[in-house]
Design a protein around this ligand. Structure first.
Ligand code: UD1
Ligand code: CA
Length: 479
C-alpha cells in the first residue's frame, strides 16, 4: 500500500525540559551534528507532509530563531503557557485553522524515531480506517509514561497517565509514545472537549482517544518494533544514550556502503557526513558537519574533521581539520592543525607539528615539519624547511606571503609578510626574510658566524664543558 501523505506534522516542543538542567533549551541540544528538534523535523520531512508545524513556548525566541535558520519550511506556533499536550494541539488548530486529512502529532525530543516507523504508523492508520492511531511500545520500565489500556479483545480503550493510574494500570508495560496519527477533522472537534480534570490539571492530548472512542470512532494502536526509538530525551544520560544509538546506526550505514571503520566504539560521525567506499577510518576519529571523504582515503587515528573535504587516497593522521580542503593523495600529520581556508592541492603535504590557516599549498609542495603557514600561497613542488614561520601578523593587520613554484625555503626561515619568494628561489636557513627574493636567487638574511676562541675555558672554567674542551684541545696538540 502506498504511504498516505500527511496533511500536517505537528511537532510539540514547547516544554522546558527541566531535567536537562541547562541554559540551552532541550530541543536545541546537539546530537550527531543536529539539534534534537532538527532530527524530528528531518524524519517528518521525509513523509512529505503538506505542512510542518512546530509548537514552541519555553525559550521561544531562541528556538524560533533556530527554526527560522534551519527549517524555513516549518511554521512555528507559539504556545504561551504550557497547559498540556492537548492545549498545545488546540493552540495550533486555533491559529492555523482546522486541518483536513491526516495529522501526525509528535515531539521535538525523540531523535531516534525513524521515518520507517512513522510510515508504518500512517499505513496502519489508513488501512484500519482509524480516527486515531497511537504509536506504542512495550518497555522494560514504563515509569513516567502514559499506559495503554486495552479491553479483553485487545482493543484500545484509553490512555491513562502515570499520575492518574491505579496500581494495576501502572503494571502495564505498553506505553504511550505520545506520537499519533489523527483524522484532522475529528481531532479539531475532540481537542476542544478535553478537560483539565486530572492529577496535573492539564489538557491531555491522550484524552482525545477516549473522546473519539466514546463518539463511536475507530481507535487503534501500532506497536513500535523497537521501543528504544520512541523513548525521548529528558536528561543528559538519555542524551548520551541516544547519541550512541544514533551514531551506531550511522556507522553501520557507512560500513554497509563499503567504509572500513576499525573501531566503531571510538568513531563518531555526524548525520550529514559523506564517505565514499573503500575509505578507512582509524580509531578515535570524529567527523563533523559537512565533511566529505573521497574513495580510498585514510583518516585517523585520532582525527577530528569538521566541514572538511578530503580527496581520493589522501592520508590524515592525528590531525584537527576545520574547514580545510585536503586534495587527492595529500598527506596530513601526524599532529597537524588545518584551520579554515587551508587548501592542500594534489599530493601536497602538511606534516608533523604544522599549522596551516587560510593558505594554499600547491601540488606536491611539502611543509613537512614544525611550521606555521598563515595567509600564504605556496607554489607547486615548493619545499618549506622545518621551523619556518609565515610571519603574517604585524599586531594590527594580517599580510600575505607568496612562495613560488619549486622554491626552497631553508629551515628556520621567518617570512615576514607581505613578502614574495620567486619561482625556484631559495632562502638560507635561519634567515629573517622581509624583502622579495627574485626567481632563482637565494635570500640570505642572517649574521655571519664568528668564533671567540677559548671563551668557554675562560668564562666557564671548572665546568664539564670546559674540561671536555681542554681534553679535545690537548688531543689536537698531540696529533
Ligand atoms: C506525554 C503523554 C504520555 C506519554 C509521554 C511520552 C500526555 C498527557 N501524556 O507525557 O502519555 O507517555 O508524553 O513521552 O500527553 N509539550 C508542549 N506543550 C505543553 C506540554 C508539553 O509542547 O503544554 C511538549 C513537550 O515539549 C514535550 C511533549 O510535549 O516534547 C511531551 O510533554 P511532556 O510534558 O514531557 O509529557 P509527558 O508528561 O512526558
Ligand atoms: Ca516527556
Amino acid at each position: 500500500m502506498s504511504v498516505p501523505r500527511p496533511a500536517a506534522v505537528i511537532v510539540l516542543a514547547a516544554g522546558e525540559g527541566t531535567r536537562m538542567k541547562s541554559q540551552t533549551p532541550k530541543v536545541l541540544h546537539e546530537l550527531c551534528g543536529r539539534a534534537l528538534v532538527d532530527h524530528m523535523l528531518a524524519a517528518a520531512r521525509d513523509l512529505d507532509p503538506e505542512r510542518l508545524i512546530v509548537v514552541i513556548g519555553h525559550a521561544r525566541e531562541r528556538v524560533g530563531e533556530h527554526l527560522a535558520q534551519t527549517s524555513p519550511d516549518a511554521r512555528a506556533v507559539v504556545q504561551r503557557e504550557q497547559r498540556g499536550t492537548g492545549h498545545a494541539v488546540r493552540t495550533v488548530l486555533e491559529e492555523v485553522g482546522t486541518i483536513a486529512g491526516t495529522v501526525l502529532v509528535t515531539y521535538g525530543d525523540v531523535p531516534l524515531l525513524r521515518t520507517e516507523t512513522l510510515t508504518d504508523l500512517l499505513v496502519r492508520h489508513a488501512a484500519d480506517g482509524n480516527a486515531v492511531t497511537v504509536l506504542t511500545a512495550e518497555v522494560p520500565d514504563p515509569t513516567g509514561y502514559g499506559r495503554i489500556i486495552r479491553d479483553g479483545n485487545q482493543a484500545v480503550l484509553e490512555i491513562v497517565e502515570e499520575k492518574d493510574a491505579t496500581p494495576e494500570q501502572r503494571a502495564i508495560r505498553e506505553m504511550n509514545s505520545g506520537i499519533y496519527a489523527f483524522d484532522g477533522l475529528l481531532l479539531a472537534d475532540a481537542v476542544k472537549r478535553v478537560s483539565t480534570d486530572n492529577a496535573q490539571g492539564e489538557e491531555y492530548l491522550t484524552d482525545v482517544l477516549s473522546i473519539l472512542r466514546e463518539d463511536g470512532h475507530r481507535v487503534g494502536a501500532h506497536v513500535a518494533a523497537d521501543y528504544v526509538e520512541v523513548e525521548g530525551v529528558n536528561d543528559r544520560v538519555q542524551l548520551a544514550f541516544s547519541r550512541q544509538v544514533l551514531n551506531r546506526r550511522l556507522l553501520e550505514r557507512h560500513m554497509r556502503n563499503g567504509v572500513t571503520i576499525i573501531d566503531p566504539s571510538s568513531t563518531w560521525i555526524d548525520v550529514d557526513v559523506e564517505i565514499s567506499a573503500d575509505v578507512v577510518i582509524h580509531p578515535a576519529t570524529q567527523l563533523h558537519g559537512s565533511t566529505t571523504i573521497a574513495a580510498e582515503a585514510e583518516v585517523g587515528p585520532g582525527c577530528t574533521l569538521t566541514d572538511t573535504v578530503v580527496g581520493v587516497g589522501a592520508v590524515i593522521r592525528n590531525a584537527v581539520c576545520d574547514g580545510a580542503v585536503v586534495g587527492d593523495g595529500a598527506n596530513v600529520g601526524p599532529y597537524a592543525y588545518l584551520r579554515p581556508g587551508a587548501v592542500l592541492k594534489t599530493k601536497a603535504k602538511a606534516g608533523t607539528f604544522v599549522e596551516v590557516k587560510n593558505s594554499t599549498i600547491g601540488e606536491r609542495a611539502k611543509v613537512p615539519h614544525l611550521t606555521y603557514a598563515g595567509d600564504a600561497t605556496i607554489g607547486a613542488d615548493a619545499n618549506i624547511g622545518a621551523s619556518t614561520v609565515f610571519v603574517n601578523y604585524d599586531g594590527v593587520n594580517k599580510h600575505h606571503t607568496t612562495v613560488g613554484e619549486a622554491a626552497f625555503v631553508g629551515c628556520d626561515t621567518m617570512l615576514v609578510a607581505p613578502v614574495t619568494i620567486g619561482d625556484g628561489a631559495y632562502t638560507a636557513a635561519g634567515s629573517v626574510i622581509d624583502g622579495e627574493v627574485p626567481p632563482g636567487a637565494i635570500g640570505v638574511a642572517r649574521a655571519r658566524q664568528r668564533n671567540i676562541e677559548k671563551w668557554v675555558l675562560r668564562r666557564r672554567a671548572g665546568t664539564k664543558s670546559a674540561a671536555a674542551a681542554e681534553r679535545a684541545l690537548e688531543r689536537e696538540k698531540t696529533e
